[in-house]
Design a protein around this ligand. Sequence first.
Ligand code: UD1
Ligand code: UDP
Length: 380
Amino acid sequence: MNDTKQRILFVFGTRPEAIKLAPVILHGLDRRMEFDVRVCVTGQHRQMLDQVLELFGIKPDVDLNLMQPGQDLFDLTSRVLLAMRSVLREIRPVWIVVQGDTTTVWTAALAAFYEGVKVAHVEAGLRTFDKRQPFPEEINRRLCTQLADLHLAPTAQAKANLIAERIDEADVVVTGNSVIDALLWVCARMKQTSIPDVLAVEEWAGKTIGTSPMVLITGHRRESFGKGFEEICAAIAELARAFPNYQWVYPVHLNPNVQEPVNRSLRGIGNIHLTEPKTYPAFAWLMQRAALILTDSGGVQEEAPSLGKRVLVMRNTTERPEGVDAGCIMLVGNSREGIVKAVRAHLGNPQDLQVDPGRNPYGDGRASQRILDAMAQRSR
Ligand code: UD1
Ligand code: UDP
């Protein structure tokens, strides 16, 4: 065995972490002379995680299978922390690699710190500077910054945030966001081969929405649970009635706090289509098909501009100001009034619906390579 070869353990648990780490893992497996790649999934998500593992053909070495229905933050945090102790002691990696701001991320980083394992944090440095929005992600990523040894920042702005927090510049590398690597990968695959889920969504769309213009919706943020979701749903219902020629497609997140209000408020309105969460290729197809995207998702904000789509973000704060500055995304808040006003303005002006994909500030599809180059450099 090459004695400079580093054992790196990828740890992730939810759909967006899996999508954003999959290209890094596949690239790491291609560089097997440099890296001994291992994968641990916490299973913070189950169905939505498995969709991604299957797509990218990733077989975890360890699956902690921790998801419980309606899990709360106390249970999840303590279960991940305890489970990671034996994983780290058995696998003994030099590094763990985590991505983003979920409970899996910061808790696995804490476990690694306790065990003396170095932490590489992908998508480091995002900040809203409001500790309650997004909740709990803003605090999760700040905690992860304190625990990390290598900070892989997607943009120069994210790097500047870290430097302002007195993180050593030598430990920060700007890489772009690996979500663009994943998106380009999936779009290339869709061109090369027929993917059954894409054929199915195309057939469904052909029958159900025909040639009508379509608005694609997702939403799941914890700070919007309760009143926020009531407002979001009221806005969508009002808009669907005001624009009956538009079809409104909403793959609903499996969190029961999302399922309940969305199904109660929106099921039964003729031009609103509530569906199960789509697999990544099917969702990418829907993004391409959409006239406009309405979301509170972090990943969707980063991806959609690469497909030339404008995104209205149903949140009050963003940790992704680059997209706003580039004119790709617009923050519209989560009140009924704000959402309705912004969507009306956009649907009334079709020229406002498209963005130039070249303006996407989140990456060029080579983040995975830069992430692993940065890690390889630190082993020398
Ligand atoms: C989590 C992350 C959030 C991330 C989001 C991406 C935390 C605290 N939250 O939020 O940062 O943006 O994932 O989607 O880390 N469920 C299923 N099947 C699944 C996934 C979820 O049934 O495949 C249901 C379960 O009842 C589960 C609940 O959703 O208990 C909540 O899941 P959880 O991961 O705690 O929160 P999310 O809202 O998914
Ligand atoms: N996504 C998907 N199927 C869906 C909805 C979203 O594959 O039905 C993808 C989307 O393209 C993006 C990621 O999931 O890459 C975003 O996940 P989510 O919104 O759950 O989390 P966030 O990015 O807000 O943390």
